[in-house]
Design a protein around this ligand. Sequence first.
Ligand code: OFO
Length: 167
Amino acid sequence: MDKKLVNAINVQLNFEIESAHIYLAMAGYVATLGLDGFENWFMIQYEEELAHAKKFIRYLNERGERVHITGFETPQNDFDSLLEAFEISLNHEKKVTSRINNLMKIAGETNDYAAISFLNWYVDEQVEEEDTFSSLIDKIKLVKDAGLYMLDKEMESRVFVDPTTEA
Ligand code: OFO
């Protein structure tokens, strides 16, 4: 593989681990609000981000390339509200989308059609990620406290299904 693409994928896989920690910190914050359902939801988001990172790691290994794990920024641990945490999440996912698009651009420039095919999974996944956060923001804005209680119950039902192994 072209070194530029390998380096860019390494940067992204570390960013996925950083994303996981961002959501883990949010799980901790919502737990302090007594929102156990949202805590569960963010814990699963944490696991999904790790699955995204692992998928990149497996791919580099499969192509005979070297994985490099780095450190990353301390995530934000305090927020003004549940809504703020979700708005920050949506902005974060938009950044991820633009990073994935950039990986796709490099794969195109280096004529790596196998990598383009692989990266298509992330392109689709980001559409889903942005949609999930944006529709939850709409719901949070719509509901008042009683509604938030109901929504919290709904969040409790989320279970982890590894997005990278779904049919
Ligand atoms: Fe890995 O998609 Fe969210 O950050």
